[in-house]
Design a protein around this ligand. Sequence first.
Ligand SMILES: Nc1ncnc2c1ncn2[C@@H]1O[C@H](COP(=O)(O)OP(=O)(O)OP(=O)(O)O)[C@@H](O)[C@H]1O
Length: 292
Amino acid sequence: MPVDNGRLSVFLNIKQFNKLIYGLWTVDYGLKNMIEVHNIHKSFNGAKVLNGINGVFESGKTSLLLGASGTGKSVLLQCIVGLIKPDIGSITYDGKVFTNNKLDLRQEIRRKIGMLFQGGALFDSMTVEENVEFPLRMQSSMTREERRDRVNFCLKRVGLENAGKKMPSEISGGMKKRVGIARAIAPNAKYLFCDEPNSGLDPLTSIKIDELIYEITKEFDITTVVVTHDMNSVMEIGDHIIYMYKGNKVWEGTKDDIMNTKIKELNEFIFASTLMRAAKKVDEELGDIQSI
Ligand SMILES: Nc1ncnc2c1ncn2[C@@H]1O[C@H](COP(=O)(O)OP(=O)(O)OP(=O)(O)O)[C@@H](O)[C@H]1O
C-alpha cells in the first residue's frame, strides 16, 4: 500500500507546529509544570465535600488552599495528587490528564511529585539521611555515590548538613519538617504539596519553614500547593490563594489583595484573630494620617 506522503507530511507539520506553539507558550509565559483543576466534585456517603472546584497552579509560585477546618482543603489536595478519586472533574499536569489516565502516565507524573506531610511522616527506624535517600532508592537509577551527593545537597539546602546521622526521635519538630522538605525535593520534584506544614510548630519556626518552602519554590521553579489555615503563612508566602468555604471556592487572589476583600466569609476568617484586627486598625489609622 503506498503511503499518502502528502497527508502524512501535513499531519506531521501540524503536530510539529502545535509542539512549537506549546513550547513557545510555556517558555514565554512561564506555564511549564502547570497544574489545572477542572470542576472537581467529591462526596462521602452522600455528603458533599467538594462542589465544582476549579483552579490553576503555576510553577515558581506558592499557591495556598486556605479555609477553616472541614472545608475540604485536604480532600482537594488528595484529589490533586491522586490519593482520592474525584466523583466528577479532572486534573491535568503540564497539559497531561492525570485523573483516570493510564497507570504508566500517572506514575510518570507521580515521580515528579514531592509531598510534605503534617507530622513529617519520617521513617522512625531510619536515620535522617536514609529518610532523604529513600525516594531515590525507590524511584531512581542513581548510583550510591550519586544518591549520597544528592542527599548531602538537599540536607545542606534545608540547613541540616550536620544532622544526617541522627534518628528522627533525636530531632525537633521543625527539623523533622526540614527533613520532610529535603526528602520531598530529593528526586528533583517539579510539584510540591504541603499539608499544613506549620502544624505543631511555634510561630518563629513556622515562619522559617514557610520561608524555606517559598525560597525552594522560586529557586527550583517548583509548582507548590500548600494547605493551610494560618494567616501568617498567607501574608508571608501567598503568591496565589484560593479561599474555600463549605466545599466551594469563594475567593481567589494574592496576599496583596486579600485584606481588601468584600467577601463576608473570608473577612470573618481573616479577622477572627485579635492580631489581624489590630493590624487592620493600625493600617487604617496610618491611611488616615497619610491623607491629612
Ligand atoms: N476519607 C473520608 N471519608 C469520609 N469523609 C471524609 C474523608 N476525608 C475527609 N472527609 C470529610 O470531608 C470533610 C472535609 O475534610 P478535609 O480534611 O478536607 O477538611 P480540611 O478543610 O482540610 O480541614 P482541616 O483544616 O481541619 O484539616 C470533613 O467533613 C471530613 O470529615
